[in-house]
Design a protein around this ligand. Structure first.
Ligand code: LLP
Length: 447
């Protein structure tokens, strides 16, 4: 992303201000080529650094589960991780092959399990005892053998925000390794005839910069694979190490490159497998953020500007926590670029905030901006992951459109919600209507 010779910001080969005038603001823009590049970086890194019998890159759809993105990852040969029936339906409607889908979720409902079984989903990542027993019962009833990975909480902290740190022993996700539940779950699953235990899974957290955490988790998982072999005689042949690689939101962020991450995990798995005399497993990673975050920007139009003599000053934009709740949730911070290249070096510090009725409705704080006025456009970078996916209609704001740009062309991939979309599912029961009518006629209801 850069400014052209006329000082206009370009993204995906397109002039960002033209995208804003064509499609409106706030607007999410995705660059197809960046997503493809990241997919290839993962696949290439794996093919060069892992000598096991196979590898899989399963895109974590929770980062952005829309058909256009799934089309890209499918065409790049990736697998897909879904965590709800809604994501599963999106994947199937995008023509994603069911056998390349991993089904996650820490509280899958009976209906979700049934839907996935009937569609022949590739892997169930089993999170807990309730699910294990329910899956056993339903798969045996339908006479459909389910391939499962047992999700393990390996007791490794990812050193990230506590809301997205998931590997710790008392996590709500997975069977605890330390308390012995993981081993017990594998043993129980191996006894269930309608299940095929393909292997083990863990996911330690998200926006992780520390490769050592992934490596420690890999050793723990390989140790468990060895213990399972010792205690049951079964060598589980798949290991899924989840996702979690961090990305650069701010100039000072320094995440490891994709290739280093893949190498670090692959080497730790090979080393541990060799140490225990195990065959190398089919190794899976489930990246979400590191595949799509940098492929997205959000474009806003500035409205009011509020200068305070004491304390923070605000640039108010036409989005907010309804389309990006990440500052409110995790204190996330962003890089903000003016869509017109500034002609001065003058900068002032602002909080960029949105339109919602809360003081916490902030996009980013402490942001150095050149002089801005109402009507100017700002681009917030690195918003491809966990933005549109986490948007809501809070304060009844319609969700923005998502546009895909590629080599100078652009197209809407998710339409902007309309005000009619906001009210079309509302219903008013007749008794309320009756009261309204009575009141309008100056009578008490029932008279
Ligand atoms: N696999 C599993 C089982 C996961 O739970 C996740 C993310 C991933 C893979 C992908 O992780 P990634 O590569 O994207 O870090 N809403 C939060 C992030 C929540 C991540 C949830 N799980 C945020 O906006 O930062």
């Amino acid at each position: 992303m850069d400014y052209d010779e006329r000082g206009n910001l370009r993204f995906g080969g397109c002039d960002v201000s033209k995208l804003a005038s064509t499609y409106g603001t706030p607007l999410h823009v995705l660059d197809e080529q960046v997503i493809r590049k990241k997919c290839r970086e993962y696949m290439d890194a794996f093919s060069r650094s892992y000598s096991g019998p196979g590898y899989r890159v399963a895109y974590a759809g929770k980062a952005l589960c829309i058909k256009a993105v799934l089309e890209i990852v499918k065409s790049e040969g990736l697998y897909l991780d879904v965590c709800s029936a809604g994501e599963l339906v999106t994947a199937l409607s995008a023509g994603f092959p069911p056998d390349k889908i991993y089904f996650h979720g820490n509280n899958k409902s009976t209906d979700e399990i049934l839907m996935a079984l009937k569609r022949g989903i590739g892997r169930f990542v089993v999170d807990n005892w309730f699910e294990l027993l329910e899956l056993g019962r339903l798969s045996s009833k339908l006479k459909k053998r389910a391939n499962v990975l047992i999700r393990v909480a390996p007791g490794v902290s990812a050193h990230t925000h506590e809301y997205i740190d998931t590997g710790q022993s008392d996590s709500k996700f997975g069977f605890s390794l330390i308390e012995g539940d993981a081993m017990a779950a594998v043993k129980r699953a191996l006894q269930m005839r309608s299940l095929h235990v393909a292997g083990l899974h863990c996911h330690i957290g998200s926006q992780v910069f520390n490769l050592e955490s992934f490596q420690r988790a890999a050793w723990k998982m390989e140790t468990l694979r060895w213990e399972v072999k010792q205690e049951t005689g079964v060598e589980l042949l798949e290991l899924d190490m989840g996702g979690g690689l961090g990305v650069k939101y701010l100039e000072g962020d320094d995440p490891p490159p994709i290739v280093s991450y893949v190498e670090a995990v692959a080497h730790a798995v090979e080393e541990a497998a060799s140490y225990y005399g195990l065959r190398y497993p089919v190794l899976t990673l489930e990246p979400g953020r590191s595949l799509v975050a940098e492929a997205g920007i959000t474009v806003y139009r500035v409205g009011a500007i509020k200068n305070h003599r004491v304390g923070e000053s605000y640039v108010l934009v036409d989005g907010g926590m309804f389309e990006n709740p990440r500052h409110a949730l995790y204190g996330a911070q962003y890089t903000v670029l003016p869509v017109r290249k500034p002609i001065t070096h003058q900068r002032r510090v602002f909080t960029v905030a949105g339109k919602c009725c809360e003081s916490g409705d902030v996009i980013t704080k402490g942001c150095e901006l050149p002089p801005v006025s109402a009507g100017d456009l700002l681009a917030v970078t690195c918003t491809g992951a966990y933005h549109y996916a986490m948007a809501s209609n809070y304060n009844r704001f319609p969700r923005p459109a998502v546009v895909m740009a590629s080599g100078g062309k652009s197209a809407v991939v998710v339409e902007r919600e309309s005000y009619m979309d906001l009210v079309k599912r509302d219903k008013v029961p007749v008794w309320l209507e009756a009261k309204k009518l009575a009141k309008a006629m100056g009578q008490r209801p029932g008279m």
